[in-house]
Design a protein around this ligand. Sequence first.
Ligand SMILES: Nc1ncnc2c1ncn2[C@@H]1O[C@H](COP(=O)(O)OP(=O)(O)O)[C@@H](O)[C@H]1O
Ligand SMILES: [Mg+2]
Length: 334
Amino acid sequence: MAERISAQSQPAGTQWTTKRFHVKHSTNLRTIETAPESGDFHETPLARELTVNNRRLRDIDSQPIQRPQRTRIFTISNQKGGVGKTTTAVNLAAALAQKGLKILVIDLDPQGNASTALGINHHAGTAGIYEVLIDGISLASVVQASPEMPNLFCVPATIDLAGAEMELFSMFDSTQRNLRLRQAIEHYLVEQPDRPDYIFIDCPPSLGLLTVNAFAAAREVLIPIQCEYYALEGLSQLLKNIDLIQRQLNPNLKLSTILLTMYDSRTRLASQVADDVREHFPRETLNAVIPRSVRVSEAPSYQQSVITYDKSSPGSIAYMEAAIELANKGANNG
Ligand SMILES: Nc1ncnc2c1ncn2[C@@H]1O[C@H](COP(=O)(O)OP(=O)(O)O)[C@@H](O)[C@H]1O
Ligand SMILES: [Mg+2]
């Protein structure tokens, strides 16, 4: 991967330095195309990888994307923290927006990481999803446009959301408190002349009331699975909860998509986990796999998705491929 290039991986006899690979904003591939033809550079694994990435980028640019007939509403859920929920929500959203679709991300995690990554103001006092759930104000009134790209919008989460579960419990009866988000989204979709093609709800790492609201509001569940040792632990609990929600709150909900994240191709464990997941969920698991990539983890600190931060990095390419696959696989799921 480009970001792992070290002085040792540079072939002997070439004139250029590793510095040329550290240029940001997708210049790596251009750099490689203009690299000297000296030595046997074009035979190195690095050169082969860059050639492949170049081809994948061209495919991504040329591939058409299907617009769903009606808004597809995804909840991105996994009660484990740090498995790539927020990263997946933000980057799939950016990838689809880049393809011209209209996307809304609803940040339902009090940490507000999705809001940060999309460059959305979510300081204390900013109206966001908390006010929608607790005060009943409209989603439309708190939607902000992301500076990332046109067509990409976000409902921010502020720290107030940390107390929302307690307040939902005390303020609403047992049916109402589960359906606050669903009612807000339904209202929004009726009111909006130009409805979004996709809504992604970024869930907190728990199976509490906020996550239940997301399950009740969505039609599809996307589970990101980190390709590491404990990956499948807790998954059966998550599946049981989805089943329960289907029976009691939302018969339209289905687990449509599993995305393997943080895949480290150097470890056998990662491929074992991936095989395991594919064996259990052959239809749901996307072919695209997200590699562990420094660029993916750097992007949020620049308030960006990896798609704009470094379009030609392996993580960005993988998220764009995942987005196209997701869109073309389930265009009729809306
Ligand atoms: N493909 C990846 N490569 C490297 N780091 C990643 C990748 N995906 C996520 N991360 C990093 O892992 C951490 C957890 O990811 P995050 O999306 O916040 O997980 P969650 O929302 O499930 O808690 C973050 O620091 C994020 O930048
Ligand atoms: Mg998160």
